[in-house]
Ligand binder design. Structure first.
Ligand code: HEM
Ligand SMILES: [Ca+2]
Length: 727
């Protein structure tokens, strides 16, 4: 018993020696009377798991009180821009940690007293749902009204499964997770040794070669991030005082073990690192993502939390929770709040309450924005895209209220929101997905654009975000981030190049003068994106979120480490999930990965089974007509299938009480990125038809007044007879 106890203490919580007595009790109770788990044993494990977990968070808060806390202006602090997690998120996170501790204890108890192996234990749990008492973790339940508009938090979109796609739902999985203990511990190599260092993988396999895309504009990359922020947001664990520190000041080293928070998974930097060695940086701060209980509260492996609605529903514009949504509204004329600038007719995003807390400003008169998503200030071009959508909402609200003067603020807001969401969905599915991933693939998945209505809604399809999509495949588009932000004058002459790393969390260039906004917009449709290859700019691999130091974080190393944190199945497992042959050795990858990259992989990883999804997928050759290889293509297509087919409110769904009329839908299908820009800028007078693609003889510029080539969405189809006022 003593030696098992030592194991448990080392694994569950190394510092909590005083919980020894509590644990002894769990391990001394009898078992195997009625099945492998007696109800006594289950409740004792849960009770004890809760105690352990509570003790761990008490210790975490104590560490902060003892002075272990992040420097307010460091890149790692910037990474925590949303460290002020809402209460409900923190509560779910706590409950899930307690459930994970209970699961661990139970596995240890069982494996120590019988022939059960960790794997049989986990598959037992999968088939036999074990739940704690409802007082502690209550399965999600709600009453759905027959609403004409989608809810803000995503609940009740699916009437059979009202929890699906909601804010704070667990990510879903399409492959068995890779945790070293099957439950929550960071994965290790097949051999039992550590997986290769993420920073080493980043410097060796994702070097910086400035190759520009021949096809795609900067805006194509920016729309991708915008869509990401609609679909998902994982947040990191925090203490009562905010962000968690894992490294000594200035990244000199990892904190000593006795000061380390158990949610720390810092990225170690080797002494010979080509960049960080110049600054003596040995440690990059990194913290585990918040986990959440499953919808039914059952025991099992960790699931991370998606803190936004997984529907493509403009949640980054309107908010994913009622409080934020309310705060964003003007509560008059259906409009969203905006701020004005002298000599500009069109509005700008409102300011956030505490600028100093979430932006890196030189003075407090510089802008720092508030929007439906907390990541809004990450780059100026992201803020510009948000501004275009804010203006579009208000433009539509004004037209609707002049067409229907008796409509209330609420009615106009909801109708304008419904139209803006339809435009976001249309631009994403009609323009962005086909040009990036190839039309044939969309057809194969049954999500290609339809001529008018579609009838493919399927309430059995869970629209939740696949963990391997968010913490793997979709992040491949990080390779398309260029090293700078270009601005262009009204005649599309290049005006200026701003280094990306000078403007993280500093959107000051958006409102520098009255032309700035339009200059940036013209830049985003002129500047090419970086090529979607494994070459990545040092602006994000060395300088991400740089503030006053000379160094920042490494986004690629973070992508790899985040995949491990989420227990994302290996590249080889995903090959199988996606119908490719499992590789028995590195050379088996030759069908998908070029020889030189196989060589590089085999020099870094011990075994082909160890290769991380993000890394293996990024090494693949592109599928024809796509920017992706087979494996990422499969995961991303599966996600966009679910996002469309599992959304009852998808804009072109026909024959539903909330469906658009045929006249309205015909108009909405004219929406385009180019039109969105034409209608919501002051000085952009002409633009290429396909704004995600570089101008060319096949994609020439047209005047914004050329309604043949850049059609307008005519809203007169929304004029309703007066008697419809109260529906
Ligand atoms: C300048 C542009 C961008 C910057 C600075 C940026 C930065 C970041 C950062 C810091 C994270 C969180 C990393 C972590 O803690 O795990 C992240 C996550 C992510 N990024 Fe980007 N990104 C950019 C563009 C993009 C684009 C173009 C895409 C895809 C089209 C993308 C997709 C994602 C996804 C899917 C995640 C996971 C999101 C989550 O779960 O919260 N990003 N990005
Ligand atoms: Ca959403």
């Amino acid at each position: 018993l003593e030696c098992i106890l030592d194991d448990v203490l080392a694994d569950v919580c190394p510092i909590l020696a005083n919980t020894r007595t509590a644990l002894k009790k769990v391990f001394s109770c009898s078992s195997e009377e009625d099945g492998p788990f007696t109800s006594d044993m289950v409740s004792e494990c849960i009770r004890c798991g809760r105690e352990l977990s509570k003790a761990a968070s008490k210790r975490a808060n104590q560490l902060v009180k003892n002075g272990v806390s992040l420097d307010g202006c460091s890149p790692s602090m910037m990474h925590f821009f949303s460290s002020d997690l809402p209460k409900d998120v923190r509560r779910s996170a706590e409950v899930s940690q307690e459930l994970l501790s209970a699961t661990k204890l139970m596995r240890m108890k069982l494996c120590s007293s019988s022939q059960v192996t960790p794997n049989t234990f986990l598959s037992y749990l999968e088939h036999n749902v074990i739940r704690p008492h409802e007082l502690f973790c209550k399965p999600f339940s709600t009453i759905c009204l027959d609403d004409k508009y989608r809810s803000i938090d995503g609940t009740c979109n699916n009437k059979e499964h009202p929890a699906w796609g909601r804010r704070n739902a667990p990510f879903t999985r399409i492959a068995t997770p890779r945790y070293s203990d099957g439950i929550y511990a960071m994965p290790v190599a097949k051999s039992g040794r550590a997986l290769p260092n993420p920073r080493v993988i980043s410097t060796r396999l994702f070097t910086d070669r400035p190759i520009s895309s021949q096809v795609f504009t900067y805006l194509n990359m920016q729309w991708g991030q915008f869509v990401t922020h609609d679909l998902l947001s994982q947040v990191m664990e925090v203490t009562d005082e905010g962000g968690i520190q894992c490294c000594l000041a200035n990244g000199q080293d990892i904190l000593p073990q006795d000061m380390l928070n158990d949610k720390c998974i810092p990225i170690c930097v080797p002494d010979e690192d080509p960049f960080y060695r110049n600054y003596g940086v040995k440690c990059l701060n990194f913290v585990r993502s918040v986990t959440t209980p499953r919808d039914d509260c059952s025991l099992g492996h960790a699931e991370q939390m998606n803190t936004v609605t997984s529907y493509l529903d403009g949640s980054q514009v309107y908010g994913s929770d009622a409080k934020t949504a309310y705060k964003l509204r003007k509560k008059c004329g259906g409009r969203l709040k905006e701020e004005t600038m002298t000599n500009c007719k069109k509005g700008f995003l409102p300011s956030v309450d505490d600028k100093a807390a979430v932006c890196d400003l030189r003075n407090m008169s510089e802008p720092c924005y508030f929007a439906g998503d907390v990541r809004i200030n990450q780059t100026p071009t992201l803020a510009v895209l948000h501004t275009l959508l804010l203006r579009e909402h208000n433009r539509i609200a004004d037209i609707l209220s002049s067409l229907n003067p008796l409509w209330t603020d609420e009615k106009i807001y909801q109708e304008a929101r419904k139209i803006v969401i339809a435009e976001i969905q249309h631009i994403t599915y009609q323009e962005w997905l086909p040009s990036n991933f190839g039309e044939s693939y969309l057809r194969y998945y049954g999500i290609s654009p339809t001529s008018l209505y579609s009838h493919s809604y399927n309430e059995e399809v869970n629209p939740g975000i696949i963990n391997g999509f968010g913490a793997g495949a979709f992040r491949f588009l990080h390779t398309m981030i260029p090293d700078s932000i270009m601005t262009c004058s009204s005649s599309y002459q290049v005006a200026y190049l701003y280094k990306m790393s000078d403007y993280y969390f500093n959107p000051s260039i958006v409102e520098a003068n009255r032309e700035s906004f339009d200059d940036i917009v013209r830049g985003t449709v002129t500047q090419p994106a970086s090529e979607s290859d494994p070459f990545v700019t040092r602006e994000i691999t060395n300088l991400l979120f740089k503030t006053r130091d000379k160094w920042g974080m490494d986004l690629i190393a973070m992508d790899i480490q985040r995949g491990r944190d989420h227990g994302i199945a290996s590249y080889n497992d995903y090959r199988e999930t996606c119908g490719l042959k499992r590789a028995m050795c590195f050379q088996d990858l030759l069908g998908e990965i070029p020889q030189d990259r196989i060589n590089a992989l085999s020099q870094i990883y011990e075994c082909v089974d160890d290769v991380d999804l993000f890394v293996g997928g990024a090494m693949e050759r592109d599928v024809q007509g796509s920017i992706l290889g087979q494996t990422f293509q499969c995961i991303i297509a599966e996600q966009f299938y679910r996002t469309r087919i599992g959304d009852r409110f998808f804009y072109d769904n026909g024959e539903m009480p909330h469906s658009f009329t045929p006249e309205q839908l015909k108009e909405l299908k004219k929406a385009s990125m180019a039109r969105l820009i034409c209608d919501n800028t002051e000085g952009v007078k002409f633009i290429q038809k396909k704004a995600f693609e570089i101008e060319s003889p096949y994609n020439p510029k047209y005047s914004c007044e050329d309604y043949e080539n850049i059609p307008r969405v005519d809203l007169t189809a929304w004029k309703r007879p007066k008697f419809e006022l109260f529906d």
